[in-house]
Write a protein that binds this ligand. Structure first.
Ligand code: 5GP
Length: 190
């Protein structure tokens, strides 16, 4: 999506460790016009696919997922980060390795909200090494829900996980696909 790429070029900052900082429009100070365009574009891409639920992971995926849910007219569910030693039987639980914090954490979702009858679209802000996404896919599998596809605001293609998951048959739509990035240049996949 042109607007996402332009905003990344204008306001994104590449930090050491292959981190793209987008706090000025996506992760902290949210540009609501871009957010609405993001929701509308993802809704367009998955129109007619029978999606009845959006699933994301707290915290940074929630705003985008809400925009998509509004545009598609479906509820938005977010998986919560949780200490895995302290969960009861009413939740599905999985382990995720955090890209930004370098540690593992538990992620849970209530069995009441993710159902075998659900046709789920997974939404997140970034796709890098794919750990967050694999965790969400695992939660869907545990629930017996159908994974319709994935929508990502910014994919770091150079990390490889997006193409790996596509090769395994997962539909992934990313609005900005970064092929390479450095302090001086950000190159998008054409
Ligand atoms: P993955 O699990 O695919 O390695 O990383 C995805 C998660 O890590 C996303 O939910 C996002 O919050 C965070 N993340 C990964 N790369 C970046 C980045 O370059 N910038 C920011 N702000 N977050 C990132």
């Amino acid at each position: 999506m042109k607007q996402m790429e332009e905003m990344i070029l204008r306001e994104g900052k590449v930090l050491p460790g292959d981190i793209l900082k987008v706090g000025s429009f996506l992760n902290q100070n949210i540009n609501t016009e871009l957010l609405a365009q993001t929701g509308a574009e993802i809704a367009r891409l998955y129109e007619g696919c029978g999606v009845n639920k959006i699933l994301t992971i707290e915290a940074s995926g929630i705003a985008i997922a809400a925009a998509v849910g509004l545009a598609m007219g479906v509820p938005v569910l977010f998986a919560k980060k949780h200490r895995t030693s302290n969960v009861d039987g009413d939740v599905y639980v999985t382990e995720v390795h955090s890209f930004t914090h370098g540690a593992d954490y538990g992620v849970v979702v209530s069995k009441d909200y993710l159902l075998p009858s659900d046709r789920v679209l997974l939404v997140d802000d970034f796709l890098a090494n794919g750990n967050a996404l694999r965790g969400l896919i695992d939660l869907c599998d545990q629930a017996g829900a159908t994974l319709v596809g994935v929508a990502i605001a910014i994919e770091k293609c150079f990390a490889g996980a997006g193409d790996e998951l596509r090769a395994q048959g997962v539909r992934i739509e990313s609005l900005a696909m970064i092929e390479s990035m450095s302090e001086h240049e950000i190159v998008f996949r054409s």
